[in-house]
Write a protein that binds this ligand. Structure first.
Ligand SMILES: Cc1cc2nc3c(=O)[nH]c(=O)nc-3n(C[C@H](O)[C@H](O)[C@H](O)COP(=O)(O)OP(=O)(O)OC[C@H]3O[C@@H](n4cnc5c(N)ncnc54)[C@H](O)[C@@H]3O)c2cc1C
Length: 404
């Protein structure tokens, strides 16, 4: 978009949001307001669904995706203007999830015209919530060893086997899944990537309870479950290429979400440095500075690293909006972003000190109890989407071209 067009677009978006965005959602950016959509959506806020529908109507849930599939058709600069105008009112993103962040971009790259027309509009509108069926009990880092089998039966695939660590499997409507369709060839060559409706008798989802008390992921069992051949992406036995491309999107997302976000744990802050504010509140000040010198160092280091990483991720997001596809560099973002998040969670725990030893009951503020849980959740960051060791292997081989 030319500069003049951008300015008139900004005026249009500003007016639209001022007139239509729910009052009660303004200022909610940074609070835990993620809306994931789906057939039976959970509402983090009473207006979440309405806000999503309002934005989807104009393609603003996927601003840079093509208009013919329900996206906004904006270029990178237009997408950025929309982001800035949402941030101006401190509105949360209208929709999130694996549809928008993983399977949608993958379908835009590999889907047939019919597949895009069938699935992408439902992603953009938040009608279908997606989960990822990759890992198995004996296939995590070595994903290509997966054994969930699929055989062709007319115009369907019949699936038998098990997936594990399926995030939000119990809340999702459809799964993108990797299955073995040929076991006589090299393991990467016999894998198919297919989309499957979870609402059928052959699919059983069992939530796994974690140390944090939550059950964010599940075991998923398939007993003669059915997926339609028309939902095979990029052809039978060609799934490994699709799987790797999707992992690029996933690693970008994980790096960005965990490394780039403001401190979590329930605080909603509008100040420049919420970590420093929190430290002042818990540790106090001496001579106008944070009283604990070693904590001061850590706050400064994490704050600087976070600011730099945020800028890097913004640059990366801009190049994605301009059509760049994630390559092995997404492993760098993934490893740095998740390790940064773990450092930040450790720091937030140190700042709150013994107030983070509580699990429930009186004597602890809700955000202190929440902090303990987000710290525990952060332990998984360097495992999900491929462990840090696996990312280092990818960086060594595919970014630095080091010998085996
Ligand atoms: C919070 C969370 C959410 C997740 N969500 C999903 C999901 O929605 N869908 C899904 O399919 N999966 C999901 N996963 C699973 C995740 O992708 C796997 O846990 C991950 O790929 C590691 O596999 P694994 O657990 O089998 O560990 P393993 O592969 O058994 O690894 C064990 C250890 O060995 C190391 N290791 C293994 N191979 C190598 C090697 N070649 N070089 C060096 N070190 C190595 C690993 O780094 C690790 O430390 C999720 C995991 C977490 C923690």
């Amino acid at each position: 978009m030319a500069t003049a067009d951008l300015e008139s677009f900004r005026a249009e978006v500003r007016e639209f949001l001022e007139r239509n965005a729910p009052e009660s959602l303004r200022g909610a950016l940074g609070a835990d307001m993620a809306y994931w959509g789906g057939r039976n959506p959970e509402l983090p806020h009473p207006e979440s669904k309405r806000f999503c529908e309002l934005m989807a109507e104009r393609g603003y849930t996927a601003p840079t995706w093509p208009k013919e599939y329900g996206g906004g058709g904006l270029d990178a600069a237009g997408g950025k203007v929309l982001e800035q105008e949402l941030a101006r009112l401190r509105l949360p993103p209208p929709l999130t999830g694996f549809g928008l962040q993983m399977i949608g971009p993958t379908l835009l790259q590999f889907g047939t015209e019919a597949q895009k027309r069938e699935h992408i509009p439902k992603i953009v509108r938040g009608h279908i919530r997606w989960c990822q069926g990759y890992s198995e009990p004996n296939a995590g880092s070595d994903l290509a060893s997966l054994q969930t089998a699929a055989r062709i039966d007319g115009d369907e695939l019949i699936l038998n086997g098990q997936k594990i660590w399926t995030s939000y499997g119990d809340k999702s409507d459809w799964m993108f899944i990797l299955v073995r369709t040929d076991s006589t060839v090299k393991k990467q060559q016999g894998i198919t990537f297919v989309l499957m409706d979870m609402a059928q008798p052959g699919v059983e989802v069992r939530p796994i309870k974690l140390i944090s008390g939550n059950s964010p992921f599940c075991e998923t069992f398939f007993t003669d479950a059915r997926a339609r051949m028309e939902n095979v992406i990029h052809g039978l036995n060609n799934g490994w290429t699709v799987a790797k491309a999707l992992l690029g999107h996933e690693r970008n997302m994980i790096g960005g979400v965990f490394g780039g976000s403001a401190p979590r744990g329930g605080q909603k802050s509008t100040t420049k440095n919420p970590i420093a504010d929190l430290a002042r509140k818990y540790v106090g000040e001496r001579d106008g500075r944070l009283a604990d010198a070693s904590l001061r160092d850590r706050v400064a280091q994490v704050s600087m690293d976070q600011a730099c990483f945020l800028l890097t991720m913004q640059r990366n997001a801009d190049s994605m909006k301009a059509g760049h596809r994630p390559g092995p560099e997404s492993s760098i973002f993934k490893i740095y972003g998740t390790e940064l998040n773990q450092r930040r969670e450790e720091l937030l725990l140190s700042i709150r000190g013994p107030q983070c030893l509580g699990w429930e009951g009186e004597g602890f503020a809700p955000e202190e109890l929440e902090q303990t849980r987000t710290w525990l959740r952060s332990r998984g960051n360097t495992i999900e989407g491929g462990t840090s060791e696996v990312q280092l292997n990818i960086i060594a081989k595919r970014v630095l071209d080091l010998p085996d």
